[in-house]
Every structure is written in structure tokens, then in C-alpha cells.
Design a protein. Sequence first.
Length: 100
Amino acid sequence: MVWKKVAKKDSIASGKGREFTVDDKKIAIFNQNGYHAIDGICVHQDGHIAPGKLDGDIVECPLHLWHYNIKTGELIDYLKDVKMQTYKVEARQDGIYIDI
Ligand code: FES
């Protein structure tokens, strides 16, 4: 695992998510009581989850409204055993880093 800088500090609005491409992977980073990063592409039909509506720790995929926990990556409806990869995030002096 390697820490990589993915964004400028303060570039993700509070209560929102943003998608970044890191090593050809789409990663969604949410600024919701701290930063949380999970895979950015929904396991259902490749929806981009970063712009999804946030309700506490839960993000709703904009395409067909499946729900994921942004801290654990778990899909909380339909298929209980589905889990997206999560990544550690750190807000440092010079930007936002993830461990990928
Ligand atoms: S693509 Fe995400 S719910 Fe269908």
C-alpha cells in the first residue's frame, strides 16, 4: 500500500463526495465527519456513487438507489454480503491522501 495525494485540501465540500481516478481506479472520497474513501463504482451497473445523496454514513447510488456505508463499504440493502473496498484517508497539510 502506498499513500498518494489525490486532492487539494478543502477541495471536497463538507457533506459531499467527489470522485478521483487513482491508478486507473475510480475512488469516491466523502467529507462526512472526516474523510472516507471507498471504490467509486457501484457493483450493480457501474453507477458513480460519489455524487450520491448522503444520509449520515450512508450514500445512495444515483442510478438505482442502492445504499452503501461509506465507512465500511458494505451494501446495506439487497445483497448483504457485498462489500466495496475501503481505503484509509488522511487530510495532511498539503492535501488529501489515500492509501492505495
Ligand atoms: S448502478 Fe448503482 S444502484 Fe444501479
